[in-house]
Design a protein around this ligand. Structure first.
Ligand SMILES: [Mg+2]
Length: 429
């Protein structure tokens, strides 16, 4: 049965639509909120943002008539119970409010941690558009969710999930996975900063720091680490190969080296540049002769490597499908049981003692995907922990940053939760 019909049936049974709370009404959150409101059986009930003009703009775009904005917990609670749309700038009482699922869309690892952790402890379902946070403390959040009978999930629409859908499909059909990944969307400019991309960002109506996290490669590294962690596939190597490829050549490029491709082994995650973006892919193989014959007959190419390819990912537009899976089936679309891959930090410029790190997409560091146990052996710091860290000893551009090189912001919740995740032995596969 279609998801929309099942959501309508649920709303009829409960007497109200699924009440969705959204934290973060920036570009992603705004698109997500507009799409939620369009879908049967879902209602955008609560929007949390420090900027009330963003809340107003979103509620106006979805045609919410009598919404209120209040930072008073009692007022917010009774409005929600009365079915009214509500905005607030506060997250401290979020976990106590009467909604069905919260969607965290700030893209800031520490805010994501505060929202996800407090709501999961309150046994509320949590969906995130914050893969930066998931590659830092995903296993801890998943374990808390399981313990409390709640769902913790990364949302549909981003490349790691849509690539995982192809991986699951191929595994269900007993194909061997050679590689899975995405086409990188923006040109790779590893040393770009918010300043170098500012003009392009303004044209796209984007935050320059967000665009910089795309161009400097951090986002691709983070997404591919999330894909590895969710599927159990390994990272192809530190930093991955990231070769040029086209839709037509994917299965030739991501073949084993002995067959003319770039890979030294099968079962890995990687990305490519070229016209594959904004799509995702899986390269598969089988030693069953008749299945190979059938695949060729079905115009999938001569084999033995075949590419499954999805040409799009619809980000915030398809993200609400994860709400449906969580609410209807108690199922997470993507989570990390433990880490195969980690995203560590590399200096984008020479750094000196006393320098303060400005986080993902900033001027100081970029994300670099690594095999989790290699990152551990080299004592490297996950980039999700680096916001506001203070440099202790000089680092040259291009060097990795280890725990010995920095004082982390110990007031940050994500730093505390990561230490907890490590101490519980949840981090490594
Ligand atoms: Mg993406």
């Amino acid at each position: 049965m279609a998801v929309s019909q099942r959501l309508l049936d649920l709303a009829n049974k409960r007497g109200h639509d699924v009440r969705v709370a959204l934290v973060g009404a920036g570009q992603m959150g705004h698109g997500f909120g507009c799409q939620v409101e369009r879908m049967d059986g879902l209602k955008l009930s609560l929007v949390v943002d420090i900027d009330t003009s963003r809340i107003e703009s979103l509620f106006k775009d979805i045609g919410a008539k009598d919404f209120i904005i209040s930072d008073d917990q009692a007022v917010v609670t009774s409005a929600l119970l009365a079915g009214q749309a509500v905005g607030t700038t506060k997250i401290d009482f979020l976990a106590e409010l009467p909604f069905d699922i919260v969607v965290e869309a700030t893209g800031m690892p520490d805010i994501g941690a505060q929202v996800a952790y407090s709501c999961l402890l309150a046994k509320k379902d949590v969906a995130v558009l914050n893969v930066e946070m998931d590659v830092t403390i995903g296993p801890l959040l998943h374990s808390i969710a399981v313990e409390g009978g709640a769902v913790y999930t990364v949302c549909h629409g981003d490349e790691p999930i849509e690539a995982k859908v192809l991986v699951d499909f191929a595994r269900d059909l007993k194909f061997e996975i050679i590689a899975a990944g995405k086409g990188k969307n923006n040109p790779f400019e590893p040393l770009s900063t918010p300043d170098t991309v500012r003009e392009r960002a303004l044209q796209k109506q984007m935050n320059p720091k967000m665009l910089c996290s795309f161009t400097d490669g951090s986002k691709t590294m983070i997404e591919m680490a999330a894909l590895a962690n969710a599927t159990g596939l390994q990272l192809s190597k530190r930093g991955m190969y990231g070769p040029p490829a086209t839709i037509k050549t994917l299965q030739d490029v991501f073949a084993l080296q002995k067959d003319g491709g770039v890979l030294d082994r099968a079962g890995v995650v990687d990305y490519c540049t070229g016209d594959v973006a904004p799509g995702v892919f899986v390269i598969i193989r089988t030693d069953a002769p008749y299945i190979n014959h059938e695949m060729s007959y079905l115009a999938m190419g001569p084999g033995p490597y075949f590419a499954l390819y999805r040409p799009f990912h619809l980000a915030s537009i398809e993200a609400p499908l994860s709400i449906a899976r969580a609410v209807l089936d108690r199922e997470a679309s993507l989570y990390a049981p433990s880490f195969q891959a980690e995203v560590v930090s590399m200096a984008k410029k020479d750094l000196n003692p006393g320098d303060v790190i400005d986080g993902i997409g900033g001027f100081t560091i970029r994300g670099y995907a690594d095999i989790a146990l290699d990152a551990k052996a080299d004592n490297l710091v996950p980039i999700g922990l680096m916001q506001n860290a203070v440099i202790k000893r000089a680092i040259k551009v291009g060097q990795f940053i280890s725990y010995d090189d920095v004082d982390l912001d110990e007031d940050s919740l994500i730093v505390q939760l990561r230490r907890k995740q490590d101490s519980l032995g949840l981090t490594y596969a």
